[in-house]
Structure formats: C-alpha cells, structure tokens
Design a protein around this ligand. Structure first.
Ligand SMILES: C[S@@+](CC[C@H](N)C(=O)[O-])C[C@H]1O[C@@H](n2cnc3c(N)ncnc32)[C@H](O)[C@@H]1O
Length: 309
C-alpha cells in the first residue's frame, strides 16, 4: 500500500519564516518548500510533507502548538494551518512541482537540477541546485537579498565603497554557506575562488554536491566549522568579499573575527537580519572598526554592507 502523507500549508509572516523553518528542521521535518510567485515575493506559503504513519492526530496537535508558540515573542498570531492527506505519488509530484525555475535579479536563475533551462531564461547565469538538503534554495528573502547584492557588486569597481575593486578574480568567503548558493553565484559572476564553511555537516555536503552539479568544484573549498575554520582555509590572506547570511545574534558573536576573513579593502554582505535588529548590530560592528549601511531590504528583512573606514 502506498505510504500516505500529510501536506501542511500555511501563509508565512516574514518575521516568522526563519523560526518556522528552523523548528521544522529541528523536528526532523525535512520536506519543506516555500512557495511564492516571482512577481509577488511578499505573498509566501510554507508547505511541509509529513509521513502520515509518524504524525497521528495527537502529534499533529502538539506540532501546531509548538509552531503557534513561535509567534509569541513577536506579538503575532500564527496564520491558520491547513492539513491535507496525499498518497505517495502525489507527494513526490507536488514536492518537485514546487521547485520551478526562479529568476533572481537581472542576471541569475536558480534552476532545480532535474529541469531543463527554459528558453525564455536562456540569457541568465544558471545556479543549478538540488534543493532540499540544506538551507539556501534561494526562495528565502535573506538569500535573495544577498544574491541581488552580489549581482550589484559584480557591476564593477564603482558599485561598492571606494576600496572595492570589483568581483572579477576576487576571493570570496562564504560563512554559513548552507547549500553553497551564494558562493556559487559569486563564481558565476567572475569571482576567482570561494572558501566556504558551515557548522552543519549536511550543509557542507550540499555545498560540495551543488558545486559539482555546477561544475565549479575546483574553485570552491568547503569545510565544516565556523569563522576560525574559514580563516584557516584562507591561510593569512583574507577575502575580498565576505558573505554571511546567519541570524543577527550569531553574526554579532562572529563579527570580532571578521578581520581574519575579510581584507581591509574588502566588502562584507550581512543578511539574516530583521531591520529592527540593524542598529544594535551596526553599533557592535562600529566598535570593531567596520563602517556599515543598510543597503537593501525586503519586507522585514535587511541586508547590511560593511567595509573598513
Ligand atoms: C540562513 S542559512 C544561509 C544559507 C545560505 N548561505 C543562504 O544564504 O541561503 C544559515 C547557515 O549558517 C549555518 N550556521 C549557523 N551558525 C553558524 C556559525 N556560527 N558558523 C557557521 N555557520 C553557521 C547554518 O548551519 C546554516 O546553514
């Protein structure tokens, strides 16, 4: 008999998206997708598929309560949850259906590994991904803000602070690389080399696999660990561009070590921040000698660009 699945669907409030994804991951629910139409990025639905045999009614109620609690610190109420039962075939179909070619910015296209390049996107640089194994499918606003900011910096030396020399041939440090999507995007746009690190072994594997899918494995090195591991890989030659999309409190804890991975003339892109967390982080960065500006935002999320004064 075909195994049946529960398909859970709910509208995503921007403040809660990150917490919901982490909670589901923590509970071992890995089949998760965020659905949005490229032209309406602010209207987002979260979909998750749970094996019906492991999630009887009582367990699903406990899950609902756990998700609802995530809204409390923000003074919000979780939108209603919709459950629908699906059989095995429907599940694999719907899972794959939710990954469509996804254009980002003017130049990039995120393309699931099993799809052909649609002719209408033939002019774009293609990031081939196998979504699902690690954070960074490109659908999250914090990832998109980074991808757009990398594209902006790739426009040339005039596209950054006075010290920015352009992306061409430069070394990129990708801290908290997830699926590797940001480093791969930088390589596609001219970067010479990426060194990447993530504390999660699954992310390290996903980055390696996605680099191989994209044919750039010889220019991307990845290790399990954090900023210290990245500094070791860089071996005393800090990068020209630092990419770091993690949560604000984690970035705050990491920033005293940024000088070990980002050269004085380089630029850092920090994402994963809610706009109201920015002033506090800017103060901490300033104390470490970094200048910063809120370079872009999408709904409640902001992206900080940092460089040395
Ligand atoms: C929000 S995801 C970003 C993934 C990808 N870079 C993107 O932009 O889509 C954050 C990643 O940082 C990793 N991470 C969390 N804390 C970290 C730390 N202290 N050092 C390095 N990586 C960390 C997580 O495992 C996760 O893969």
């Amino acid at each position: 008999m075909a195994l049946s699945w529960w398909r859970l669907e709910l509208a995503v409030l921007p403040e809660l998206e990150e917490s919901l994804l982490w909670k589901l991951q923590e509970l071992g629910i890995g089949r998760v997708a965020i659905q949005h139409r490229p032209e309406r990025p602010e209207q987002r639905q979260l979909l998750a598929w749970l094996p019906a045999s492991e999630w009887p009614e009582g367990e699903r109620q406990t899950l609902e309560a756990a998700l609802a609690r995530l809204a409390d610190p923000f003074g919000l109420t979780l939108p209603p949850l919709h459950w629908q039962q699906q059989d095995e075939e429907d599940w694999s179909l719907s899972w794959k259906q939710h990954w469509q070619p996804d254009p980002v910015g003017q130049r990039l296209l995120i393309l699931p590994a099993w799809l052909d390049l649609p002719p209408e996107h033939g002019h774009r640089l293609v990031i081939r991904m196998d979504p699902g194994s690690a954070f960074g499918t490109g659908s999250h606003p914090t990832t998109r803000l980074c991808l757009e900011a990398i594209e902006a910096l790739a426009a040339g030396p005039d596209a950054g602070p006075a010290s920015w020399r352009g992306l061409e041939g430069c070394t990129v440090a990708d801290l908290g690389c997830g699926s590797g999507i940001l480093g791969i995007a930088a390589l596609l746009q001219g970067a010479g080399r990426v060194v990447a690190a993530d504390t999660d072994a699954l992310a390290v594997r996903a980055t390696r696999e996605n680099a191989a899918v994209g044919g750039c494995q010889d220019r991307l090195q990845v290790v399990q660990g954090s900023v210290e591991a990245l500094a070791e890989l860089l071996d005393g030659r800090p990068a020209d561009l630092l990419l770091c999309n993690i949560l604000a409190p984690v970035i705050e804890a990491l920033c005293p070590a940024f000088s070990a991975v980002l050269a004085p003339g380089g630029v850092g892109l920090l994402s994963g921040l809610l706009v109201d967390q920015v002033p506090r982080l800017e103060a901490v960065l300033a104390a470490e000698g970094w200048r910063s500006e809120l370079a872009s935002r999408q709904s409640a999320w902001g992206l900080l660009r940092i460089w040395k004064a």
